[in-house]
Design a binder for this molecule. Sequence first.
Ligand code: MC0
Length: 135
Amino acid sequence: MLTRIDHVGIACHDLDAKVAFYETTFGLTVAHRETNEEQGVHEAMLLVAPGSYVQLLQPTRPDSPVGKFLARNGEGVHHIGYGVDDVEAALAALGAKGVPLVDERPRHGSMGASIAFLHPRGVGGVLTELVQSLP
Ligand code: MC0
């Protein structure tokens, strides 16, 4: 079902500062930036290898998922995003196995992807995202 690690999502307070850190420290470059109001994030995707990114996330508001995470845990790894070929089929298969879904249907994700989250309580404490990239 899982085809690759699409991205590691990292929560931060200051997106510009964290982008600069990853550029100067690891030599990564920004492939994409956007604000996703539905998810409450300003985000930057930094390319690590083809189809594989570090995703830096700054909350747009304190009551968003990333805002609440930062208040509770501080900066750090927020979620893992795995590539899938068909996110609707993956959701149906995982739902049938009893995995608790945050999203019953796909939503808009970074770079035009269709995404869906699985609840961390059903995945060993790891917030898990399925990512069906644009062809
Ligand atoms: C919360 N919890 C986490 C967690 N966030 N556990 C692991 N990793 C995380 N990131 C745990 C808390 O510790 C707590 O555990 C329980 O979940 C409830 O926490 P809460 O703060 O009350 O949070 P809820 O219930 O309001 O929401 C949790 C939930 C939410 C996972 C449903 O964060 C959510 O909907 N996440 C999916 C959307 C999202 O994260 N969007 C931002 C990235 P205990 O044990 O105390 O009960 S958007 C993105 O990344 C997109 C744009 C993209 O990739 O393209």
